[in-house]
Design a binder for this molecule. Structure first.
Ligand SMILES: Cc1cc2nc3c(=O)[nH]c(=O)nc-3n(C[C@H](O)[C@H](O)[C@H](O)COP(=O)(O)OP(=O)(O)OC[C@H]3O[C@@H](n4cnc5c(N)ncnc54)[C@H](O)[C@@H]3O)c2cc1C
Length: 397
């Protein structure tokens, strides 16, 4: 057996022994997802056991180095683990903006002190982060953001407003874009980290069409952000006034995460399941709908293959830097189509909001939630602009 084959069979055995049956079921509500953090509680014993087993093995962040809480897996081993988890429908043991967004930025731009502290806290599920980028009037045109940090010597005094801050009311800390030089648009932003419990920080939830309130307005009123959290652990990532570089790098990881690329054969498996459903209910489904399902299935399979290829290239350092934008565009538009089809195949029953038949409204709520996929992390129009300019190199403004 090659090393990778041995790794696959050991992984399969480990998952068999450590992933409880309940953790192999689809996520049905918010509490099925474990986000960690200071005030986190587990929904049940199975969720706790699965999280702890993965944390102890380094599998909350399998490809991060072991000294920062990961398992130090190579990209090829990481891919095998993802495939094996997808094979048994294992839920992620820990979901976190720290894992998907801040962690990769710290690995690239962080000091050793920041890595030791924050990456370990993220991997161990001890800290929950939120993202303070968007402001009223600064979404797609993010670089126009105005939240200002006045230099007071050993600290900044930060005032301003962020908006659409996902889970700000549940987060422990925020990674936040703060203007520290008003004269420089791109080179006047600092990427700061601070505690949401700091005096002067407040949040106000925004209610969504799906009935949830997953994001907030975040207000900062003369918040004192210390310049350092101890030896080799500054409160900013990268350099002062050069936070835009960190922000852009992080956005690439955010977009890759939202695209769903590399989720094993998850997307195509859903396509296949719907095609089966169509075959079984062929009397109920119109020929047009069956054709749409088949179309979707083909596109989902193609996207799955493309996602794996792009991810392999990126992990090998050979990907085009703008690739996540393309993946985000295709992945989110596909996900919206998937949910439209799930609603169509369910007929009027799919609209039931509270009944058991649709898992307590999971289907319509999920469908409404997907409407935001092509907005969050950068809109589809903006993704297409980036693809046109940076990948296709088309002329434009
Ligand atoms: C579910 C969800 C979660 C989010 N979570 C967070 C979070 O945690 N933290 C955070 O900071 N932000 C968050 N956001 C905000 C998100 O990043 C912004 O909504 C997004 O960047 C778009 O900005 P905007 O809403 O201001 O829209 P605008 O930028 O005002 O865009 C309005 C419309 O104009 C179009 N448009 C704008 N500029 C161009 C252009 N140059 N070319 C073509 N069309 C254009 C857009 O495509 C869009 O259709 C979240 C958003 C959603 C929906």
């Amino acid at each position: 057996m090659s090393d990778l084959e041995t790794f696959r069979s050991e992984t399969r055995e480990w998952l068999e022994a450590n992933c409880p049956e309940e953790m192999r079921q689809p996520v049905r509500d918010e509490r099925d997802v474990y986000w960690g953090g200071r005030g986190a509680t587990f929904k049940n014993d199975a969720q706790k056991a699965w999280f702890q087993a993965c944390r102890d093995k380094g599998y909350t962040v399998p490809e991060w180095p072991t000294e920062y809480g990961g398992a130090g897996l190579s990209p090829a081993e990481g891919k095998i683990l993802r495939q094996e988890m997808a094979r048994i429908n294992a839920r992620p043991p820990l979901s976190s903006f720290g894992i998907w967004m801040l962690g990769p930025a710290l690995l690239k731009f962080g000091t050793e002190g920041q890595k030791q502290r924050f990456l370990n806290e993220i991997a161990n599920g001890e800290i929950r982060w939120c993202q303070g980028y968007s402001e009223p009037g600064s979404g797609s045109d993010l670089v126009s953001m105005q939240t200002f940090g006045e230099d007071k010597g050993d600290h900044w005094e930060v005032s301003g407003q962020k908006i659409w801050t996902s889970y700000a009311d549940q987060a422990d800390w925020i990674f936040c874009l703060v203007r520290t030089d008003k004269a420089n648009k791109y080179q006047g932003i600092t990427f700061m980290l601070f505690d949401m419990a700091s005096e002067g920080v407040s949040t106000k939830p925004i209610l969504l069409i799906s009935g949830n309130s997953p994001f907030c307005e975040t207000f900062m009123d003369e918040v004192q952000v210390p310049k350092s959290y101890g030896e080799d652990c500054p409160a900013y990532v990268g350099e002062i006034n050069r936070g835009w570089d960190v922000a852009k790098y992080l956005l690439g990881h955010e977009r890759e995460m939202i695209s769903g690329a590399g989720g094993g054969d998850r997307t195509s498996a859903i396509g296949a399941a719907m095609t089966r459903h169509a075959a079984e209910h062929s009397g109920e489904l119109s020929p047009t709908l069956r054709a749409d399902l088949a179309d979707f299935d083909v596109d989902a399979l193609a996207y799955g293959c493309m996602g794996e290829k792009f991810l392999d290239e990126m992990k090998a350092g050979k990907g085009h830097p703008a690739q996540p934008n393309m993946m985000k565009y295709v992945g989110t538009e596909l996900n919206k189509r998937r949910h439209e089809l799930m609603m169509s195949t369910g007929g009027s029953r799919a609209l039931e909001w509270e009944s058991d038949e649709t898992d307590g409204g999971a289907r319509p709520r999920g469908w409404l939630r997907t409407k935001a996929n092509s907005i969050e992390g950068g809109t589809s129009e903006v993704m297409l602009n980036v693809v046109a300019k940076r990948i296709l190199e088309l002329p434009g403004g």
